[in-house]
Design a protein around this ligand. Structure first.
Ligand code: HEM
Ligand SMILES: [Cu+2]
Length: 638
């Protein structure tokens, strides 16, 4: 506590920086923690937009024969809802955690390429705006569903610029994802603290690594498809034009070969978070660590072999359908392995029902339901009934909302004290959880039933005599409960970040390295790079060797203690002095990443005006790259 107080006292003595300087420092920042905060705040804003879109959808569907929105608007709403949730909400919240937590967990001072990291964020922002460009400019948003089936993406079937924005926006977002993923692969492989072997890496770091590999392998696939759509629409090529002899199935294969790994990109970070939260809040090491890690790796590989389960009803034939049935059922096994290990971790632990722990438990509950309904559509005859009904909408939300989003919330509460230095309000956190838990089951459970009795997905209204009105009303009420829970969450976060109690370095009695340094961490994270002797280095530091790791006993004579004292807080690798006085060399801020990113955004936006106009954006991009290359890494190198 004392260190934090001292730091804040010192900050109060300093003259208040001017608002413009503050904004400039965020624009030019290359600090992974600040970039993480930028990602988190931007993603939460986009999440809010997608949530409002969902609420309009739910209002429209609450009653039969409703005329709140017209069919075309409805198509744009569900398409943009899905795209925004997936690419601008859930994925970037995951990336925010990569940034905020991974370098701290591995004992590094930053990511491998700090400026590339800034570029990833700014390109993400340009891509997000571009994807919403149809709405911003009034030219019309994407309207063919998030998986954009051919022929619907071809000019004669979808007029307007919506699907052009779709391909441009996703192409730009792909650049951001690829750059970010390569950065984290290199960071995790090269920058771990001494002693942190791969099998001592925290499970969240492992899931980040696997997700990053999926990103760099899956995005090239969709990139090809997006360029083909763009060429079909803008230059008259015929990749997906059935009148010219193309097979519409080509797009489905390309999309789902990307799309299925993509759903693991959405869920793996949450699996990693839950594997951190459960052991810490049960005060026990993760049970079956190697199984949790290997099941993640197996999911990463097997995720490539199941894509045609999205195409059981298109007539691929019995052999293809059988193969994909088997692979899809098999992939449930590694998922189940994780669930058993989490439960075994809690078994006999001293569980604290804090807000992050409640979210982790809620995650397990929802993810099991979503996983089980998923296995039901692994069977082609069952899937033939479920395909394109609300049963699918129920399934995908149990996995993506009940799984990914609830898991990410667990992480937000768990690391909030580390990132802000302050504690959130526990009662409000619990209220958020219970409202959200109730709301999500009320919203999504009835969709299973209304789907099985025949309500198709993607319909803007339905007749009163269909008998679907009651279920839909329940879903709508649930959705508004979710909306209310989100407002409580926002209030808690904003208020606590400013006025919450000081959290101290280690409010949870954490296991991993981020809990050994001050909250919020200083710019350079670790005053001294730690040496790691086991899977729970922070526990070693506090309690001595835990002895649960074989190599630990062989290689160490107990935890290092020299120079680690951090005032009354006890053991730690932190210090409150600035980088210079410690002789630590940090990279300088740079405005080139945002210029390069603007080049991408402008090139995309002007493509809509006319393909050749993009040259202006490309020029900015290239000049930006030159400026970047010519700039010295830090001032000392002049
Ligand atoms: C905040 C609570 C949410 C509500 C109330 C909600 C509601 C809905 C509804 C009613 C639909 C069906 C629209 C239709 O088929 O006509 C839908 C579709 C969809 N939602 Fe959500 N949703 C929520 C959160 C999420 C999240 C977090 C994700 C993903 C991360 C997501 C991804 C999708 C996808 C992929 C579709 C399918 C869109 C399509 O058919 O192309 N939703 N949502
Ligand atoms: Cu799939």
């Amino acid at each position: 506590m004392a260190t934090v107080d001292k730091a804040i006292d010192r900050a109060l003595e300093r003259p208040k920086p001017k608002a413009l300087d503050v904004i400039w420092s965020w624009i030019t920042t290359v600090d992974h923690k600040r970039i993480g905060i930028l990602y988190m705040v931007t993603a939460i804003i986009f999440f809010l937009v997608a949530g409002v879109e969902a609420l309009i959808i739910r209002l429209q569907l609450a009653r039969a024969d409703s005329t709140l929105v017209d069919p075309e608007t409805y198509n744009q709403l569900f398409t943009m809802h899905a795209l925004t949730m997936i690419f601008l909400g859930v994925m970037p919240i995951g990336v925010a955690f990569f940034n905020l937590i991974v370098p701290l967990m591995i004992g590094a001072r930053d990511v491998a390429f700090p400026r590339l990291n800034a570029l990833s964020y700014w390109v993400f922002l340009s891509g997000g705006l571009l994807l919403n460009g149809g709405f911003i400019s009034g030219l019309g948003s994407p309207n063919s569903g998030w998986f954009a089936y051919a022929n619907l993406t071809e000019e004669p079937f979808t007029t307007g610029d919506g699907m052009t924005f779709y391909s441009l926006g996703l192409l730009v977002l792909g650049v951001s994802s690829m750059a970010g993923a390569f950065n984290f692969i290199v960071t995790i492989i090269n920058m771990r603290a001494p002693g942190m072997g791969l099998m001592r890496m925290p499970p969240f770091v492992w899931m980040t690594l696997i997700t990053s590999f999926l990103l760099v392998t899956a995005f090239p696939v969709i990139t090809v498809g997006l360029i083909q759509i763009l060429f079909d629409r803008s230059f008259g090529t015929n990749f997906f034009n059935t009148q010219a002899g193309a097979s519409p199935l080509l797009w489905q294969h390309i999309f789902w070969l990307f799309g299925h790994p993509e759903v693991y990109i959405l869920i793996l970070p949450a699996l990693g978070i839950v594997s951190e939260v459960i052991p810490t809040h049960s005060r026990k090491p993760l049970f079956g660590y190697p199984f949790v890690i290997f099941s993640g790796i197996v999911i990463g590989f097997m995720g490539w072999g199941v894509w045609s389960h999205h195409m059981f009803t298109v007539g691929l034939g019995n052999i293809a359908n059988s193969v994909f049935t088997i692979t899809t059922m098999l992939i449930a096994i590694p998922t189940g392995v994780k669930i058993f290990n989490w439960i075994a971790t809690m078994w006999g632990g001293s569980i604290r029902f804090t807000t992050p722990m409640l979210f982790a438990l809620g995650f397990i509950f929802m993810f099991i339901i979503g996983g089980l309904s998923g296995v039901t559509h692994a069977s082609p005859p069952a899937d033939a009934q479920q395909q394109d009904t609300y049963y699918i909408v129920a399934h995908l939300h149990y996995v993506l909302f009940g799984g990914s989003v609830i898991g990410l919330f667990a992480g937000i509460y768990h690391w909030f004290p580390k990132v802000t230095g302050r504690m959130y309000n526990e009662n409000m956190g619990k209220l958020h959880f219970w409202l959200l838990f109730l709301g999500s089951n009320l919203t999504f459970f009835p969709m299973h039933i209304v789907g099985l009795v025949g309500m198709p997905r993607r319909i803007y209204t339905y007749p009163a005599d269909a008998g679907w009105e009651g279920y839909n009303m329940l879903s709508t009420v649930g959705a508004f409960l979710l909306g209310a829970s989100f407002l409580i969450f926002l209030h808690n976060m904003v208020r606590s970040a400013r006025k919450g109690e000081r959290a101290g370095n280690d409010p949870w009695d954490g296991r991993s390295l981020e809990w050994t340094i001050p909250s919020p961490p200083p710019e350079y994270n670790f005053a001294e790079i730690p040496t790691v002797y086991s899977r729970d280095p922070a526990w070693d530091l506090k309690y001595g060797p835990t002895g649960q790791d074989e190599t630990y006993r062989e290689t160490s004579n107990g935890p290092v203690s020299d120079g680690l004292s951090n005032g009354p807080e006890g053991a730690g690798y932190g210090s409150e002095t600035d980088a210079q006085s410690l002789g630590i060399h940090m990279p300088s801020p740079s405005y080139w990443p945002i210029i390069v990113a603007m080049g991408f955004g402008i090139a995309g936006a002007l493509f809509i005006v006319g393909p050749w106009f993009s040259a202006i954006g490309v020029t900015i991009l290239v000049l930006g790259l030159y400026g970047w290359a010519a700039e010295p890494v830090s001032k000392e190198e002049h």
